[in-house]
Write a protein that binds this ligand. Sequence first.
Ligand SMILES: [Cu+2]
Length: 119
Amino acid sequence: MWGPEGGPSGTGQAAPSAAASTAGEATAGTDGVQRITVTVDDQLRFSPSVVRARTGTIEFTIRNTGATPHTFGVLSERIDNVNGGDSRTLRVTVDRPGTYPFPCAYHVSSGMKGTLEVR
Ligand SMILES: [Cu+2]
């Protein structure tokens, strides 16, 4: 039985899997490296799930605030494992504008995949 706010036409909260994708912009430091922190947790998604950057070197910090381990891979670079509570960094240099997926190898079949958009 649906609660007072539930049901298909209810006004209750959306299911976690229906969470909208979020976008973030990598910010260039004085050294020219563009940096962004991507948070992962037990929701099996990247936040932000869309990372925007310019061509050049991009440094991702993957911060796992949950308990579930994840991986992070983009182009030919990869962090094999980020345990709960850990942070790991990965640098990648992108020469060409384009759209590059960054899946979690453990959970890509559950939809855990983000996108790097390079312009
Ligand atoms: Cu994962």
